[in-house]
Design a protein around this ligand. Structure first.
Ligand SMILES: C[S@@+](CC[C@H](N)C(=O)[O-])C[C@H]1O[C@@H](n2cnc3c(N)ncnc32)[C@H](O)[C@@H]1O
Length: 345
């Protein structure tokens, strides 16, 4: 049975609508869900990410991480990537630091990945690097006494969210099933739980609240991890700081926006990251906020314009101009994507 049928039959059997975050967890992460099996990334698949657009992205991230390591650690450490996709970001990082071999020699490399298909692709694509210090894990909770440099790109936008709407009362969005039309649809249910209402009232000014408890918990775990053992966490994602006017949940299939409730398990569903909450969590753990800026500002600050000039010299066609525009252009990824770096170094 495919994941769409599983979800529909759960709603029918339990005679209960499904909370949005449970629906998203099933659609994305259950055995037959999107992230457990499909390869979503790349021109021929559902969407492209910054590392897939241009080698310059990973090169700048790599040089930044190397600089942090050399200045603050300069000894054995963990290098951890969350959700490495096709392994392209790591490949570009390793190439950019190849003139500084001590960096990867001192690194115990860990990939945190849940998608079996992608793990295979990552293993295959990294074979050529002949590194024997890479391990895979589904979770970040393991024992270590070393400091860690952790990084991720487009990782947190995959986490399930809950939607709340404030009218006269608070309402929460559920997924329901129309037996006659055989279709899933959204249904807003009056929130009656007192504990939840008092939590929601903290956000009264917002009218619309999109919140991801799983995402915040995951991020908090990383903050704790680097607080206890020392380290830095760099994350780049679709995101915002101010209140939102609309829910950001979206489905993408074959590079096009599509309906979240159709073709479940066959399309990417994501939402923008609330960086204000991430910054507050980091502050709770007394971590230093090294950077919070747009992807454009991060890449320019750490040298992408200079890198582009060097690459353009060796390449007659203007491919690097186009790639640069996609990464830093204000109407492209440049402003939509944000970079947050927190540390305890
Ligand atoms: C949108 S893709 C980004 C891939 C890559 N970072 C890039 O920029 O091309 C998200 C990645 O995170 C993985 N992923 C999603 N949720 C995860 C989770 N909870 N734990 C581990 N990996 C996860 C996906 O399988 C995929 O590799």
């Amino acid at each position: 049975m495919n994941i769409e049928k599983i979800i529909k039959s759960k709603i029918i059997e339990k005679k209960r609508d499904m909370r949005l975050d449970y629906f998203l967890s099933s659609a994305l992460y259950e055995d037959k869900g999107y992230y457990s099996n499909q390869n979503p990334i790349g021109g021929k698949n559902d969407f492209v990410t910054a590392p897939e657009i241009s080698q310059m992205f990973g090169e700048i991230v790599g040089l930044y991480l190397y600089y942090i390591w050399r200045e603050n650690i300069n000894s054995k450490f963990n290098l951890i990537e969350l959700g490495p996709g096709n392994g392209t970001l790591f490949k570009d990082i390793s190439r950019s630091v190849s003139s500084y071999p001590d960096f990867l020699k001192n690194a115990k490399i860990k990939f945190i990945e849940i998608n079996k298909k992608l793990i295979k692709i990552q293993k295959e694509s990294l074979k050529k690097l002949s590194l024997n210090n890479i391990n895979w894990s589904k979770q970040i909770n393991y024992k270590t006494t070393r400091p860690s440099i952790i990084y991720s790109n487009e990782f947190f936008d995959c986490f399930p969210v809950r939607h709340f709407i404030l009218k006269k009362h608070w309402y929460e969005r559920y997924v329901s099933f129309n037996q006659i039309e055989k279709k899933l649809f959204f249904k807003n249910m009056h929130v009656k739980n007192k504990k939840l209402i008092s939590f929601l009232n903290l956000y009264k000014k917002e009218k619309l609240l999109e919140i991801s408890i799983q995402r915040n918990k995951y991020y908090e775990k990383i903050c704790k991890f680097i607080k206890n053992r020392g380290g830095l966490f760099l994350t780049i994602d679709y995101g915002y700081f101010e209140n939102i006017d609309n829910f950001t949940l979206q489905a993408i299939q074959n590079h096009k926006f599509s309906n979240v409730l159709e073709d479940i398990g066959k399309k990417d569903i994501s939402s923008h990251v609330n960086f204000r909450e991430f910054i507050n969590i980091a502050k709770k753990y007394k971590l230093k906020i090294e950077e919070y800026c747009s992807q454009r500002e991060f890449l320019i600050k750490y040298g992408i314009l200079e890198r582009k000039k060097t690459l353009s010299k060796s390449n007659i066609n203007k491919k690097f101009n186009i790639e640069l525009e996609r990464l830093i252009g204000k109407d492209e990824m440049g402003d939509l994507f944000k970079c947050l770096i927190v540390s305890n170094l």
